[in-house]
Design a protein around this ligand. Sequence first.
Ligand SMILES: [Zn+2]
Length: 123
Amino acid sequence: MNGIPCAVTADLNKYLARLDEDDRRDEAIDQRTDELLAGTEYSPFTPANLSEALGELDMTGIEALCKLLTAGNTAGAGLALKTLIGDYWERAARREAERQIDNEIANACPRCRGRGCRHCYED
Ligand SMILES: [Zn+2]
Protein backbone atom coordinates (compact mmCIF):
# COMPACT_ATOMS: atom_id res chain seq x y z
CA MET A 1 0.00 0.00 0.00
CA ASN A 2 2.10 2.94 1.16
CA GLY A 3 5.37 1.29 2.09
CA ILE A 4 4.48 0.29 5.63
CA PRO A 5 5.39 -3.38 6.01
CA CYS A 6 2.35 -5.57 6.55
CA ALA A 7 3.75 -7.04 9.77
CA VAL A 8 3.94 -3.57 11.33
CA THR A 9 0.36 -2.77 10.28
CA ALA A 10 -0.82 -6.10 11.65
CA ASP A 11 0.96 -5.51 14.95
CA LEU A 12 -0.49 -2.01 15.15
CA ASN A 13 -3.99 -3.30 14.46
CA LYS A 14 -3.57 -5.98 17.10
CA TYR A 15 -2.36 -3.34 19.54
CA LEU A 16 -5.29 -1.02 18.79
CA ALA A 17 -7.80 -3.87 19.10
CA ARG A 18 -6.25 -4.74 22.44
CA LEU A 19 -6.52 -1.15 23.66
CA ASP A 20 -10.15 -1.07 22.56
CA GLU A 21 -10.82 -4.33 24.40
CA ASP A 22 -9.18 -3.01 27.56
CA ASP A 23 -11.36 0.13 27.36
CA ARG A 24 -14.47 -1.97 26.91
CA ARG A 25 -13.45 -4.15 29.88
CA ASP A 26 -12.87 -1.10 32.10
CA GLU A 27 -16.21 0.41 31.10
CA ALA A 28 -18.04 -2.85 31.68
CA ILE A 29 -16.41 -3.21 35.11
CA ASP A 30 -17.34 0.37 36.09
CA GLN A 31 -20.92 -0.21 35.05
CA ARG A 32 -21.18 -3.59 36.81
CA THR A 33 -19.64 -2.09 39.97
CA ASP A 34 -22.36 0.60 40.02
CA GLU A 35 -25.06 -2.03 39.51
CA LEU A 36 -23.71 -4.14 42.37
CA LEU A 37 -23.50 -1.12 44.71
CA ALA A 38 -27.15 -0.32 43.93
CA GLY A 39 -28.24 -3.82 44.91
CA THR A 40 -28.71 -5.07 48.49
CA GLU A 41 -25.73 -7.46 48.40
CA TYR A 42 -23.12 -4.68 48.03
CA SER A 43 -25.01 -1.63 49.31
CA PRO A 44 -22.84 -0.04 52.04
CA PHE A 45 -25.71 0.97 54.30
CA THR A 46 -27.72 -2.14 55.00
CA PRO A 47 -27.40 -3.33 58.63
CA ALA A 48 -25.50 -6.48 57.68
CA ASN A 49 -23.10 -4.68 55.32
CA LEU A 50 -22.48 -1.72 57.63
CA SER A 51 -21.75 -4.18 60.42
CA GLU A 52 -19.31 -6.15 58.26
CA ALA A 53 -17.45 -3.04 57.09
CA LEU A 54 -17.19 -1.67 60.64
CA GLY A 55 -15.60 -4.94 61.72
CA GLU A 56 -13.10 -4.66 58.86
CA LEU A 57 -11.97 -1.06 59.51
CA ASP A 58 -8.20 -0.87 59.66
CA MET A 59 -6.24 0.92 62.39
CA THR A 60 -5.65 4.00 60.22
CA GLY A 61 -9.40 4.45 59.82
CA ILE A 62 -10.11 3.83 63.51
CA GLU A 63 -7.43 6.32 64.55
CA ALA A 64 -8.80 8.97 62.19
CA LEU A 65 -12.28 8.48 63.66
CA CYS A 66 -10.94 8.65 67.24
CA LYS A 67 -9.12 11.88 66.49
CA LEU A 68 -12.21 13.51 64.97
CA LEU A 69 -14.52 12.34 67.78
CA THR A 70 -12.04 13.40 70.49
CA ALA A 71 -11.92 16.84 68.90
CA GLY A 72 -15.73 16.96 68.99
CA ASN A 73 -15.90 16.97 65.20
CA THR A 74 -18.91 14.67 64.91
CA ALA A 75 -19.78 15.95 61.43
CA GLY A 76 -16.25 15.17 60.23
CA ALA A 77 -16.37 11.76 61.92
CA GLY A 78 -19.68 11.00 60.21
CA LEU A 79 -18.25 11.96 56.84
CA ALA A 80 -15.08 9.92 57.46
CA LEU A 81 -17.20 6.94 58.50
CA LYS A 82 -19.37 7.27 55.39
CA THR A 83 -16.23 7.36 53.20
CA LEU A 84 -14.56 4.40 54.94
CA ILE A 85 -17.68 2.22 54.72
CA GLY A 86 -18.39 3.34 51.14
CA ASP A 87 -14.81 2.59 50.05
CA TYR A 88 -14.93 -0.86 51.62
CA TRP A 89 -18.04 -1.83 49.64
CA GLU A 90 -16.85 -0.09 46.47
CA ARG A 91 -13.70 -2.26 46.59
CA ALA A 92 -15.75 -5.40 47.26
CA ALA A 93 -18.17 -4.59 44.42
CA ARG A 94 -15.30 -3.84 42.02
CA ARG A 95 -13.58 -7.15 42.84
CA GLU A 96 -16.82 -9.01 42.14
CA ALA A 97 -17.46 -6.96 38.96
CA GLU A 98 -13.95 -7.80 37.69
CA ARG A 99 -14.54 -11.48 38.39
CA GLN A 100 -17.89 -11.44 36.57
CA ILE A 101 -16.70 -9.43 33.54
CA ASP A 102 -13.49 -11.46 33.10
CA ASN A 103 -15.60 -14.60 33.27
CA GLU A 104 -17.94 -13.19 30.61
CA ILE A 105 -14.96 -12.22 28.41
CA ALA A 106 -13.45 -15.69 28.78
CA ASN A 107 -16.74 -17.23 27.65
CA ALA A 108 -17.44 -14.69 24.88
CA CYS A 109 -17.60 -15.62 21.19
CA PRO A 110 -13.93 -15.91 20.07
CA ARG A 111 -14.67 -14.36 16.64
CA CYS A 112 -16.12 -11.05 17.80
CA ARG A 113 -15.35 -11.05 21.54
CA GLY A 114 -19.00 -10.65 22.38
CA ARG A 115 -19.70 -7.70 20.09
CA GLY A 116 -22.38 -9.74 18.34
CA CYS A 117 -21.83 -11.60 15.08
CA ARG A 118 -23.55 -14.42 13.21
CA HIS A 119 -21.28 -16.95 14.94
CA CYS A 120 -22.23 -15.88 18.47
CA TYR A 121 -24.99 -18.41 18.95
CA GLU A 122 -23.43 -21.32 17.10
CA ASP A 123 -22.63 -24.66 18.75
ZN1 LIG B 1 -19.67 -13.44 17.77
